[in-house]
Write a protein that binds this ligand. Structure first.
Ligand code: ARG
Length: 276
């Protein structure tokens, strides 16, 4: 097992979240969503508040966007945009049910004075499919975001965008199959990727933490790391042990209600990366 060369340190982050006031499962656009299965709305809010309060307790800044009625998936803030160097790439959703979320998130940033913004032409579902490492932006495709959306991101951010093909519909967004732990250190579930993309990942990240099916299917990879603390679904117990072995501090949370929409910790968390 790879041991950290240096002690793990947390860096304070800036997150945007959306309270699940209007959360429900009325349509199905991923295999986890079953409109016949009841959602406990008040419990969803309580679980979400615990996540928000945990971030604050860890020293992070959390802002909130006002949830809009009729957009039940707006709680998955990670999909709302991608923010790198203070530059805001808006989202364009594949499914009509979510299309109004893109402009709503972009407007939030514009109203707060973010001047470098782009309303994209091509489909990209924000940080659902774009994960930022120190040297590149890893980009999922196959189910939601498109190669044209990847190109648009590379041109806008001026950072290399590495396309990765997702092949299992249960892992329809990159952030369900891969997570950035720190700098250029990642963890992922190999079976979620095409053979070629697995080779790319091995080449780029030979020391990556490989995550088993049992932890991936409870959304263990839908995690948020600050460099030390890794907030992840509490059911991913094997992964928590692996993380501890690498010097991280895993913190398990229960987001059972939001899981019914096909999302967990990371999906609810959009990271705002400042410019310098
Ligand atoms: N119901 C939402 C969808 O299918 C869930 C999005 C989860 N978000 C994420 N970042 N993976 O689009």
């Amino acid at each position: 097992m790879t041991r950290p060369q240096h002690p793990r340190t947390a860096r304070p982050r800036h997150y945007l979240m959306c309270r699940p006031t209007h959360f429900e499962v009325t349509y199905s656009i991923n295999p986890w969503m079953d409109p016949a299965k009841p959602v406990d709305g008040p419990l969803a809010v309580t679980q979400w508040e615990r996540l928000r309060d945990l971030y604050t307790a860890l020293g992070h800044t959390v802002e909130e966007i006002t949830p809009l009625p009729g957009l039940p998936d707006m709680v998955y803030a990670a999909n709302g945009a991608t923010v790198v160097d203070g530059r805001v790439l808006g989202a364009r959703f594949r499914n009509a049910e979510r299309s109004a979320e893109g402009p709503a998130y972009l407007e939030w940033f514009r109203a707060r004075g973010y001047r470098e913004t782009l309303d994209p032409v091509h489909v990209n579902e924000g940080e659902g499919d774009f994960l930022v490492t120190d040297t590149c932006v890893l980009a999922g495709r196959g189910f939601r975001s498109t190669p044209a959306g990847h190109r648009e991101a590379q041109e806008f951010f001026g950072r290399p965008v590495v396309g990765l093909d997702l092949v299992d519909p249960r892992y329809y967004h990159l952030d369900t199959a891969l997570s950035v732990l720190d700098g250029d250190e990642v963890m992922y579930h190999p079976a979620a990727f095409s053979p070629g993309s697995r080779s790319v990942l091995r080449r780029l990240f030979p020391d990556a933490l490989l995550v088993a099916e049992a932890d991936a299917e409870v959304f263990g990879l839908n995690a948020v790391s600050d460099g030390l603390n890794v907030v992840l679904p509490e059911a991913a117990t094997g992964l928590a042990a692996q993380l501890r072995g690498r010097g991280f501090r895993p913190i398990g949370v229960d987001l059972s209600e939001l899981l019914k929409g096909g999302g967990s910790v990371k999906c609810c968390t959009l990271e705002i990366r400042p410019g310098t």
